[in-house]
Design a protein around this ligand. Structure first.
Ligand code: FAD
Length: 453
């Protein structure tokens, strides 16, 4: 049997070179480990359906990663790295087959000290957070998939999440301190990047290196309380969110505002959130609850659900109703729904877009720090009809100065970045001369005519 697409190396030769490693060839399992949550996008569904790797390797050490890298270069086989596969844009879906490198067995927490963690890439965010809290620290931010997602996948494929209201986004200087990276050169090496150099691989979808170790900063751990605040009008909910975001004395981790009917999709809270209400899901330090209540009164809100820090540490957190989990709960009820990601310049623009699109684009905002200021980011849930209509809605937002982070493309630059990242391209030229890392995802590489054919 030869590898897909037509490749000269047979699977047997490859398997013999990989002998002794944890290799999966069972087709059903390989297919399962070749996908992520790209099905959230009807556009990506069409484009990525059926794409699969040829086999999966699950290394347990950096030395094993180096062995796989050597084999890939020797046989010119593409390599796509994978964490937990919770990405939304097909980031870890192999477009040209080859080897899937599943990093989930490399999950050691190597060092934990005040303010700092040094970890292997496959460690799950929730597991790291739990251990860090034992010494009074916690991870600065996490995606709403923190229970399953890996730190390597978050850095390489994510952007921010619960905690971003305080610490900004992953790409912000200081949120990633150092990495070890394995290359795909004739003689694969391990490079250490520190300080600003980490941006060469930060959020690069695994197109220019395999992260084998990461050093990340931690934040001081707080006892986090949770609350749902209901509002009879969306404007109050959004302004409450903005005011809470800007309240410097209030320690918080999450401010997630959803317009009705989105709360109706939160089935676990159906009896809690009053019908027709818009709501804010918030996670604040327990000591901030009293001050929070005053702000709630100021905006005529009603706290309809509250959990102490002790109770909130058990069971499902409100975090799992925020960020893209809002979309997930809506899609559980109506799988035809999809979403947008929008950085709004201000709340006036949010209201304008709500009036323009009504129920077709249901408003969901997350507040976060961007460049030192607090901004509303929309993860609007959308009723999809056609790609043309989707693009028209995107253009209408852009025309009003809202920046769309398009979740309907697997191309790195076309999602959030918009522009080519020359630093990442130059690094790829250095460490991946044959273009074997996750081929087809970096536009800069494809357009410079170096794509393998
Ligand atoms: P994967 O999906 O496995 O990989 C992501 C990318 O990283 C791929 O390109 C892969 O090739 C690359 N990669 C993985 N490991 C390595 C490595 N060791 N070296 C080099 N490259 C590597 N994202 C957010 O940012 N914030 C959110 O709040 C958020 N919420 C979500 C909610 C839902 C319901 C879903 C489905 C997704 C959400 N996501 C969110 C997207 C995703 O869950 C996160 O970005 C997550 O951190 C990805 O981690 P993962 O381990 O699943 O990575």
């Amino acid at each position: 049997m030869t590898l897909t697409p037509a490749r000269s190396t047979s699977l047997d030769v490859l398997l013999s070179d990989l002998a002794g490693l944890d290799v999966i060839t069972d087709l059903a399992q390989v297919m399962k480990l070749s996908v992520d949550y790209y099905h959230f996008s009807p556009v990506l569904q069409k484009q990525l359906e059926g794409k699969t790797g040829d086999l999966v390797v699950r290394p347990v050490s950096e030395a094993e990663v180096l062995r796989v890298a050597e084999v890939c270069v020797r046989h010119q086989v593409p390599l796509t790295v994978r964490g937990a596969g919770t990405g939304n844009y097909g980031q870890c879906v192999p477009l040209e087959g080859g080897i899937i490198l599943d990093m989930t067995r490399m999950q050691a927490i190597l060092r934990l000290e005040p303010g700092l963690a040094c970890v292997e890439p496959g460690v799950k965010l929730a597991a790291l957070d739990k251990q860090a809290r034992e010494i009074g620290w916690e991870i600065r931010m996490a995606p709403s998939t923190y229970k399953t997602a890996t730190i390597g996948g978050f850095i390489a494929g994510g952007s921010g999440g619960i905690g971003s209201i305080t610490y900004g986004q992953l790409r912000d200087r200081g949120n990633l301190l150092a990495v070890r990276v394995v290359t795909l050169e004739d003689q694969p090496r391990v490079l250490v990047l520190r300080g600003d150099e980490v941006q060469k691989v930060n959020h690069a979808y695994g197109t220019n290196g395999i992260l084998t170790q990461l050093e990340i900063p931690l934040g001081p751990a707080y006892p986090w309380a949770e609350a749902i605040v209901a509002f009879s009008d969306f404007r109050s909910a959004a302004h409450f969110g903005q005011d809470l975001a800007q309240a410097d004395g209030l320690i918080k981790k999450l401010i997630s505002v959803s317009a009705w009917p989105l709360p109706s999709y939160f089935t676990a809270f159906r009896d809690v959130i009053p019908a027709e209400s818009h709501c804010a899901l918030v996670i604040v330090a327990e000591s901030a609850l009293e001050a929070l209540e005053a702000l709630v009164r100021q905006w005529d809100g009603q706290i309809c659900y509250q959990k102490s820090a002790q109770d909130a540490s058990k069971g499902v957190s409100l975090g799992e109703y925020s960020w893209n989990h809002t979309t997930l709960h809506a899609r559980n009820v109506d799988p035809a729904l999809t979403y947008l990601q929008t950085l709004f310049p201000d709340l006036d623009r949010v209201e304008q877009m709500m009036h323009q699109f009504g129920d077709e684009v249901m408003m969901h905002l997350e507040f976060l720090r961007v460049g030192g200021a607090v901004k509303p980011v929309g993860l609007q849930v959308m009723r999809y009809t056609t790609e043309e209509r989707l693009n028209a809605i995107i253009q209408a937002h852009e025309a009003e100065g809202a920046l769309i982070f398009n979740p309907h493309t697997y191309i790195l630059e076309d999602g959030g970045m918009k522009a080519v990242d020359l630093e990442q391209l130059r690094f790829k030229e250095l460490v991946d001369p044959y273009g074997l890392f996750n081929p087809g995802k970096m536009r800069a590489w494809i357009e410079r005519g170096c794509s393998r054919s």
